[in-house]
Design a protein around this ligand. Structure first.
Ligand code: CA
Length: 505
């Protein structure tokens, strides 16, 4: 049994694939993450079943969709009596540990179970001198959170029983908002950062949700997010970061009496147009986000070096992923939640020299509901019937089973349920198309769209419109595609036991 592989699962929070070198990043470099991709397999089409932190983590741990594990929102926490993959690995002879972000609830009913050792951040955690719950005891660990979590992983590896294989979940907080980089990294990424093609999206030709979302860098990102203080001080403008606060923005005619001061350096910024201010906010946002990613990359390098130094590289499956994607200015947005590509897609890199050809790329559809069964199959343990994914081990070996799925499913349940005002929806993506159903229950009037709570459908032709700017659902030329995709969506919901919001003809 000692030949069973170790599994090192490294997951960050909100790290988009478009900010990883081996995914073709045009905005940063990540040499250590690229090592995993270049020495292993890069998945081009890995998707999240619900693009938000808590539900994604529940799916990864349990191998089930959110309507089954009941962790549908940020406020629905995991019942730790449920079976999970760590429990199966533990009872199957693995040493198990988790360090870092948990975000599945706190207290005796929600703390991690199935782990021999755990030390996790309560809630979101903080970046500097973070507090942890270590086996239920509260401790403060000085230092920068990404370094501290890696230190904990290395210390645990150093003291493990090397007669047994290990399963280690290294869950970073970074690069989650509020972006708070390590002081040593604050001078990085200060050159102008490329602006994405859809930055000035006007949300036309789409369902109402895109216009209604409060995720716009220009309007909804606070100055506090960017270490800025608004001058002259307007009521409510400089209250400090809060996920529940919108920021008042100046009109063009108010800009002559408007400036921003950097809280760290005292530097003063003035603007001649709102467009200039929007681009300035984008640059500051990306700087801070990429500085946080830099520390992740460094610390992944430390773990890879540890495996090399200790003769573990050959027999350890190393995985790098993020709990979902993120908008880095695409559609003018930050944040996540939507089935649109940038937040739906997860980076997913796997190195395991035993079976994975270096530098390989997989274009099959996989999702986070497949992870648990993949761990079990690599550990040569049975895959329980209650799990709803499929092991990707054949794909890692370079073989695609004939009946491999051609789609990925997504459902976001929090209908306008927080400050970002994202509408609930479900849908599927195939290689060619994406079909989305927006329930629009009680969504009221927004912008220029007449108030109606009628549901809406979207279909995107990803071959002709990869940026998802033109909803072709009502275009007669796509009637066949609509029929085919609707049938696939219905079949998938039936297969996984999820309930449609409204009956579909
Ligand atoms: Ca997240």
């Amino acid at each position: 049994m000692s030949t069973r592989p170790n599994i090192l699962f490294i997951m960050t929070d909100d790290h988009a694939a478009q900010a990883i070198g081996c995914y073709g990043s045009r905005i940063n470099s990540t040499p250590n993450l690229d090592r995993i991709g270049n020495e292993g397999m890069r998945f081009e089409h890995c998707y999240v079943t619900n693009s938000i932190c808590t539900p994604s983590r529940a799916t990864i741990l349990t191998g089930t969709h959110n309507h089954v594990n009941r962790v549908t929102t940020l406020a629905t926490h995991l019942d730790n009596r449920l079976p999970n993959v760590a429990k199966h690995l533990q009872s199957g002879g693995y040493q198990t540990a988790i360090f870092g972000k948990w975000h599945l609830g706190q207290g005796p009913e929600h703390w991690p179970t199935g782990f021999d050792r755990w030390c996790v951040l309560p809630g979101q955690g903080i970046y500097h001198d973070p507090r942890f719950a270590e086996m239920g005891e509260h401790v403060v660990k000085p230092g920068y959170v990404t370094d501290v979590i890696t230190d904990d992983c290395i210390e645990w590896l150093d003291h493990r029983d090397d007669a047994k294989p290990f399963f280690l979940m290294c869950h970073h907080k970074a690069p989650h908002r509020p972006w708070d980089p390590k002081p040593e990294h604050r001078s990085l990424y200060t050159d102008p950062i490329e602006i994405p093609e859809t930055f000035d999206d006007d949300y036309r030709n789409r369902a109402r949700a895109a216009e209604a979302a409060h995720m716009r860098i220009a309007r909804d990102m606070t100055y506090d997010d960017l270490d800025l203080v608004q001058l002259p001080e307007a009521p409510g403008a400089n209250l400090g970061w809060s996920p529940h606060k919108l920021v008042p923005n100046p009109g063009d005619d108010e800009l002559s009496n408007f400036s921003l001061r950097c809280r760290n350096t005292g530097e003063l910024f003035t603007f001649t147009s709102r467009d200039e201010l929007k681009r300035f906010k984008y640059q500051r946002y990306l700087q801070k986000y990429l500085q946080c990613v830099h520390s992740v990359d460094e610390n992944v390098g430390r773990l890879l070096d540890y495996l090399d130094t200790n003769g573990l590289a050959e027999n350890t499956v190393v995985i790098y992923t993020s709990d979902q994607g993120f908008y880095l200015g695409e559609h003018g947005w930050f944040d996540k939640r939507f089935i649109y590509e940038e937040s739906f897609r997860m980076p997913f890199l796997v190195r395991y020299p035993e079976i994975v050809k270096p530098g390989s790329v997989c274009t099959e559809m996989v999702s986070n509901v497949d992870f648990a069964q993949t761990f079990l199959s690599l550990a040569q343990l049975p895959e329980p019937n209650y799990m709803q994914g499929r092991s990707i081990e054949p794909l890692l070996r370079g073989d695609t089973p004939d009946d491999w799925t051609d789609l990925a499913y997504h459902r976001y349940w929090m209908n306008q349920d927080d400050i970002h005002n994202a509408y609930a929806h479900y849908g599927i993506r195939t290689h060619r198309y994406k079909l989305i159903y927006w329930y629009n229950e009680d969504c009221g009037e927004i912008g220029a769209n007449p108030g109606t709570d009628q549901p809406e459908w979207e279909l995107f032709d990803l071959e002709k419109d990869p940026l998802e700017l033109f909803n072709v659902y009502n275009d007669p030329a796509y009637a066949g595609a609509v029929r085919e995709m609707t049938a696939k969506l219905n079949a998938e919901m039936l297969r996984i036991g999820d309930t449609p919001m409204h009956p579909v003809a």
